[in-house]
Structure formats: structure tokens, C-alpha cells
Design a protein around this ligand. Structure first.
Ligand code: MTE
Ligand code: MO
Length: 300
């Protein structure tokens, strides 16, 4: 279980540039097995079967395109992801507007390791590809004193039919504490199943934080800000009793309206067996230390 995230593609053994150039083939050949076990790791590692492409791309939450689970798949083709850029500001050495290409290829050869992680989260098993957020933060240089990272989604009324409704306070916002953001599990994902992320899943770049609830995975990011105070997050602003800043998967802290002690896999059918939700979504060994001494019922 503890090994299930350590499924990076071979990195140091292969010239990173070769991985970069051939990443689609490398990843798709690994995925053609249909499993997300450790690719070069111990045979005993848990092997997960990813949800189907259909499950992953047709049942989404992306309120900018509507609040129905099918709305994003129906409407998100309107989002123009060409020439995407991200503004990085706040407590950084090199603030500015970075094209996606600049951000993702500004890494040195040594750093430019394309990560593959199969994440079992939010009732789906999704094979993500992307970069560690840390790699990107290192490029822009985090100033001493910065303690949090906040993120914003694009706000484009012409392309996003859902933003005319005030269901959330737009733009969609999320945040992480800096140590969470720097954790190697925290991914800025650009691909699913070795293919570019479909718009409804957050193209061209979205956050994946495997030990937190789904709403932390902010989509189509256009702004990253380093701050010394805890940033506001959309779900906390809309309902602070139900959605806290931390949002760690924690079966011992119930959502006010339902139990979080067990979950059922999407695509497994209505009668799929519920299984117990794991602390930190099964990543306890990797992340529990970040919260040492904190009362997680208070900081939920
Ligand atoms: N910009 C934006 N990001 C968002 C959301 C949203 O409404 N807008 N919904 C969140 C929620 S509640 C979930 S569960 C996940 C769903 O990601 P998926 O559609 O890839 O499964 O996206 C998150 N990111
Ligand atoms: Mo969600």
C-alpha cells in the first residue's frame, strides 16, 4: 500500500531528455498493461486497475461548466487552452507571466523528470502524468517567509457557461501550505492515461494532491501566488463548516452530512462493495509527519 505512489518511470537510468521526447510512448506502453502497479518496483506492490477513460472523462466536477456531473464533458470543449500561461506572483524571486512551455521546460535536464503516478482517490483510480509542483516552485524561487501557495482557475465567461451562476465565488481558488506544496506527491498534472488532460478534467494543467479530497485538485490553473497568510479557498468560502482548508482524507472526521469512513469506487456499479477509507487516502507513511501535533478535527 505504502508503495503505490512510488511508480515513477525510470528516471536517473535514462537520459531525462529521452524520457521527455518519448514520454507518450513510454507511458502508454506501461499503461497498456492496464495496471498501475510499481513499474520497476517490488512485485509485491499493490496493483490497481485504473477506471476507464469513459468513467474519468464523463463524470466530472468543474462548476465553471455547470454543476451537473455531465456538464463539464458537454461544455468544456469551449475552453481554449492554446498558448496557456500562468502568472506567478507574491513571495517569489522571479514573479511574472510564464508560458506553460517555459514553466515546464525551464527545468534543467537533471530536474526534468516526467512523473507517472497512479492515484487512487476520490473514488476513482486515475493514471496521472505531470511535474512535481516543487520543480515549478524551484524555478520561480520561493522567498523565505512564504508559508502558503494559492491557485486560481481561469475565469472566462465567454467560454465557461457556469460562471454566470454564483454557485461559487469566482475565480475558483485553492491553497496548500508550502510544505504540502513541496511534497514529492504533489503533482501538477498535464496528462491522463498518457494523453493530454481533457478539458473537463482540467486542461492544460491541474493540481493533484493524492492525500486530500477531490476539491483540492484545482483545474486549468492560471495563477499561483506565494503568501505568508492562509489563502482563501472556494469551497471553504462557500461552506466553511463542511470544507476546511486542509481537506485531508480522514475517515475519523465526518463530513457534517455524511460519514467518510467508507467509499465506493465509481464504475464499480451501484452494488460495488464499499471499502474503508484510509487515513490520508493510504499515504499515511508519506505525509502524516506534515501534521504532527495538529488537531486534525480542528484543522479539517
Ligand atoms: N476550477 C475548478 N476546479 C475543480 C472543481 C471545479 O468546480 N472548478 N471541482 C473540484 C472537485 S469538487 C473535484 S471532485 C475534482 C474533480 O476532478 P475530476 O473531474 O478530474 O474527477 O475537481 C476539482 N477541481
Ligand atoms: Mo469533489
Amino acid at each position: 500500500m505504502a508503495n503505490r505512489w512510488k511508480n515513477n518511470l525510470l528516471n536517473s537510468e535514462i537520459t531525462p531528455e529521452v524520457i521527455w521526447l518519448n514520454r507518450r510512448q513510454i507511458i502508454s506502453s506501461a499503461l497498456s498493461l492496464g495496471f498501475c502497479g510499481t513499474i520497476a518496483g517490488p512485485v509485491s506492490a499493490e496493483v490497481l486497475t485504473p477506471n476507464s477513460w469513459e468513467d474519468i472523462t464523463s463524470y466530472n466536477n468543474y462548476y465553471e461548466f455547470g454543476t451537473g456531473k455531465g456538464d463539464p464533458a458537454a461544455n468544456a470543449h469551449n475552453l481554449n487552452t492554446e498558448g496557456w500561461s500562468i502568472v506567478v506572483d507574491g513571495m517569489v524571486d522571479n514573479p511574472g507571466r510564464y508560458s506553460l512551455v517555459e514553466l515546464l521546460t525551464g527545468l534543467t535536464l537533471e530536474e526534468r523528470v516526467y512523473r507517472f503516478r497512479c492515484v487512487e482517490a476520490w473514488s476513482m483510480v486515475v493514471p496521472w502524468n505531470g511535474y512535481e509542483l516543487k520543480d515549478i516552485l524551484d524555478i520561480v524561487g520561493v522567498k523565505p517567509g512564504a508559508k502558503f501557495v494559492s491557485f486560481e482557475t481561469a475565469l472566462r465567461p465567454d467560454e465557461m457557461p457556469g460562471v454566470k451562476y454564483n454557485v461559487l465565488d469566482w475565480p475558483y481558488r485553492e491553497g496548500l501550505r508550502l510544505d504540502e506544496a513541496m511534497h514529492p506527491l504533489t503533482l501538477m498534472a498535464t496528462e491522463i492515461y498518457g494523453k493530454p488532460i481533457p478539458n473537463q478534467n482540467g486542461a492544460p494543467i491541474r493540481l493533484v494532491v493524492p492525500w486530500k479530497y477531490g476539491f483540492k485538485s484545482i483545474k486549468s490553473i492560471v495563477r499561483i501566488t506565494l503568501t505568508d497568510t492562509e489563502p482563501q479557498t472556494s469551497w471553504n468560502m462557500s461552506n466553511s463548516r463542511e470544507y476546511g482548508f486542509y481537506s485531508n482524507v480522514n475517515p475519523t472526521v465526518n463530513h457534517p452530512r455524511w460519514s467518510q469512513a467508507s467509499e465506493r469506487r465509481i464504475g464499480g456499479g451501484l452494488f460495488a462493495k464499499r471499502k474503508p477509507t484510509l487515513m490520508f487516502n493510504g499515504y499515511e507513511d508519506e505525509v502524516a509527519h506534515l501534521y504532527d501535533g495538529m488537531d486534525l478535527a480542528k484543522f479539517y
